[in-house]
Design a protein around this ligand. Structure first.
Ligand code: EPZ
Length: 422
């Protein structure tokens, strides 16, 4: 297959309006959750991204009937034809969120075999808390052969205390608990917007989830879940943030429509602190930036703290801020590789374990750089938009995993961006 690279000629001010797509991290949870429904489910506002395509392949592999219209963002899933409860390694290795098939298949069919995810380019990604939760619900889980082999004819509700706040663990236990007998209480639950969206989706099918968005979630399981009406996923918080950062980075004036401004508070506060102007309306955010940006310090935290997924694009913006910025990455152990690539573009960075110290320079310059993961790719795009000259980003497949038509959206705002095949 030909390799694709993204070419960006920096220095163009972004201006205009752009619409944000549906949320990736919600989509990859709600699509497996459709397995829980006895009746066909219609899911709307799905982004046309590679992680959704892999989710479709996974459902079809399991035997579900899936109609996916990527242009309309609408998917119909009929899980009544599922005849397999084992997800193959090649599909799992293409998408981290494949662990959600453990909770969904176990709840619906009493068994699931899903390969254990290994580490990835942002650090270790264990799923011990997911497994602990399944065991509390009564599942027998064996992980000795490199896969999670879980069984339980009828799960029973229980109290699950998460040792750390985990988005994936919280969602997976919610999926398993949806058809369990009795009530499951998840303590120290994650509060991210996609947790709330997944809970709303389960409730729309007749499940009883309460407390999503707080750190205690109660799930009263039901015998049968039935999709009754189409469900639209929430807008993508991280795409919204990436576009906000790109607007500030180019000293532009961009309005992002169709977003949820309250999901963006941590980023908005930092952009204001840097000297950008941010105006919020009900479902849109306008970011304007005129003069130089001030350096800032932040730590990544669970929601509503500063999201780790925006740490990478934000760090690109900080490369040209006046002064010294400090970032502490608290969620993943190795999420600064993009900064080493940006050194090729003139960034001045020092990394001490989980802390990055960025000394702002007046100008980045274009270079050939390589994306090491999805948000690293987004960070390099932001850096390319700011840089003088042309930046060539390889490994664009990482960007396609999670951003729908990113270059079309940026080009519509005035960016000089294109893709070439080699
Ligand atoms: C989700 O990953 C997101 N992915 C990530 O987005 C996001 O960075 C992350 O949450 C944090 O917000 C999806 O929603 C599909 P975690 P997840 O479980 O669920 C540790 C992106 O770029 N941990 O909240 O895997 C873990 O190692 C991606 O869109 C355990 O130790 O994240 C990490 O240090 C990347 N044991 C921390 O907890 C467990 O059983 C948080 O991980 C589970 C997690």
């Amino acid at each position: 297959m030909a390799e694709e690279r993204m070419l960006i000629t920096g220095g163009q001010r972004l201006e205009g309006t752009v619409r944000v797509s549906g949320g990736k991290n919600t989509a990859v949870a709600i699509i497996p959750a459709a397995i829980l429904s006895q009746t066909p489910c219609v899911i709307e506002n799905l982004p046309n991204i590679e992680d959704v395509n892999v989710s479709v392949e996974t459902l079809r592999y399991l035997g579900a009937k899936v109609d996916w219209d990527p242009d309309a963002g609408v998917m119909q899933v009929d899980s009544s034809t599922i005849n397999c409860t084992e997800v193959p390694l090649d599909l799992c290795s293409r998408m981290r969120a494949s662990s959600y098939y453990i909770g969904a298949l176990l709840a619906r069919f009493g068994e699931a075999k899903v390969p254990l995810p290994g580490g990835c380019n942002i650090g270790r990604r264990p799923i011990d808390q997911h497994i602990k939760g399944m065991r509390v619900l009564g599942a027998q889980v064996d992980t000795t052969a490199g896969l999670v082999d879980a069984k339980c004819a009828q799960l029973t509700g229980g109290d699950v205390f998460m040792d750390m706040v985990t988005v994936g663990g919280t969602i997976n236990v919610m999926l398993a608990a949806a058809r369990a007998e009795g009530t499951t209480t998840i303590y120290n639950a994650a509060k991210e917007p996609h947790i709330v969206d997944t809970a709303n989706f389960l409730n729309s099918m007749g499940c009883k989830v309460k407390g999503a968005g707080t750190d205690v979630i109660r799930v009263r399981g039901v015998k049968e879940l039935r999709a009754r009406r189409p469900y639209a996923v929430i807008p993508d918080q991280i795409e919204t943030g990436t576009l906000m950062i790109a607007a500030a980075a180019t000293h532009g004036d961009v309005t992002i429509n169709g977003c949820i401004p309250t999901h963006m508070e941590a980023l908005t506060a930092k952009l204001l602190e840097m000297g950008a102007r941010v105006d919020e309306r009900d479902d849109s955010i306008r970011v304007r930036s005129m003069g130089a940006h001030r350096a800032v310090t932040f730590k990544t935290q669970v929601y509503p703290g500063f999201p780790t997924d925006l740490q990478q694009p934000m760090s690109a913006l900080l490369c040209t801020a006046t002064g010294t910025s400090t970032i502490v990455e608290n969620i993943f152990e190795s999420r600064f590789r993009h900064l080493m690539e940006m050194e090729r573009m003139g960034a001045r960075v020092r990394i001490f374990d989980r802390t990055a110290v960025i000394e702002g320079v007046s100008q980045l310059h274009g270079a050939a750089v390589e994306a090491s993961d999805l948000r690293a790719g987004a960070a390099l795009v932001v850096a390319g938009l700011m840089a003088q000259g042309t930046t060539e980003i390889s490994n664009t497949h990482f960007i396609d995993r999670g951003y729908e038509h990113l270059e079309d959206k940026l080009a519509s705002l005035g960016a000089k961006i294109s893709r070439v095949k080699y």
